[in-house]
Design a protein around this ligand. Structure first.
Ligand code: SF4
Length: 247
């Protein structure tokens, strides 16, 4: 399948993806600006009239259920915690970031989550230590996307499912579901598999509609906002894109 580019409208809402060639033409014509090189993400310069949404079905009611939410970073937790609380869940955060490189970045993101948790009264289970060696061993022979990211998802979701089962939670989920840069199909499939393996339900939901709001919320809370996904590879990929996309 040809490579696709992520397309945002002028307000940051995610539209249907387009081919990389078309995305570059739109940028060259001044009809879009490049937000990120890898994966290629563009923002249209004009507003797009989206079709009127049909009335959505009433959201499921999870009142009384306990959810363990894997949290990749404070900014992604802003919207997702509010969303899951809105569904009735009693939400507990779960911090486990072996993929985050370097350690100083890991600590910066952890501190941002501490700040948010205090502000929104969110209990968090903090996985002690820094399992970076396990992550690096895991992806050593699989340095490229998308296979590398699938291994990374599984490492984090399996650990969260294990903790959710040990803590008697009704379900578990992840803040990764808000990101247009993550492979939601893979996260859904892996989340279900690990949930089944550990006897705890995975709550899957596409939360990308909250992506623009999460930026606003993160700014309102004064949270540190990172510029790359987390791993050494993603930092290099991001810098490489900024330096002209040399591959
Ligand atoms: S890019 Fe993100 S999801 Fe993929 S391996 Fe790196 S940290 Fe994990």
């Amino acid at each position: 399948m040809p490579e696709r580019a992520i397309v945002l409208d002028a307000e940051g809402r995610t539209l249907s993806p387009c081919s990389v060639g078309k995305a570059r033409r739109l940028v060259a014509q001044g009809r879009a600006e490049r937000v990120r090189e890898d994966p290629l993400t563009i923002r249209l310069t004009r507003a797009v009239a989206l079709p009127e949404p049909t009335r959505p079905p009433a959201p499921p009611d999870h009142t009384g259920e306990r959810l363990l939410l894997h949290i990749c970073c404070g900014p992604c937790a802003t919207f997702t915690v509010g969303h899951f609380r809105g569904l009735g869940y009693d939400v507990t955060g779960y911090w486990f970031g072996p993929n985050i490189h370097p350690y100083s970045e890991h600590e910066r993101r952890r501190e941002a989550l501490e700040k948010l948790a205090a502000a929104i009264d969110l209990p968090v289970i903090w996985e002690p230590g820094y399992a970076m060696p396990a992550f690096l061993r895991l992806v050593a022979d699989t340095p490229d996307r998308p296979a590398r990211c699938r291994l990374c998802y599984r490492l984090r979701l399996a650990q969260t499912a294990r903790a959710a089962a040990a803590g008697g939670f009704d379900a578990y989920s992840t803040t990764l579901l808000i990101s247009p840069y993550q492979d939601l199909d893979a996260i859904g499939a892996i989340g279900e598999e690990e949930g089944a393996a550990h006897g705890v339900r995975f709550h899957y939901e596409n939360l990308r509609s909250g992506f623009a709001a999460h930026h606003r919320l993160a700014r309102a809370h004064g949270l540190y906002m990172q510029r790359y996904c987390g791993c050494l590879h993603s930092e290099w990929e991001g810098l490489r894109g900024k330096q002209g996309g040399a591959r």
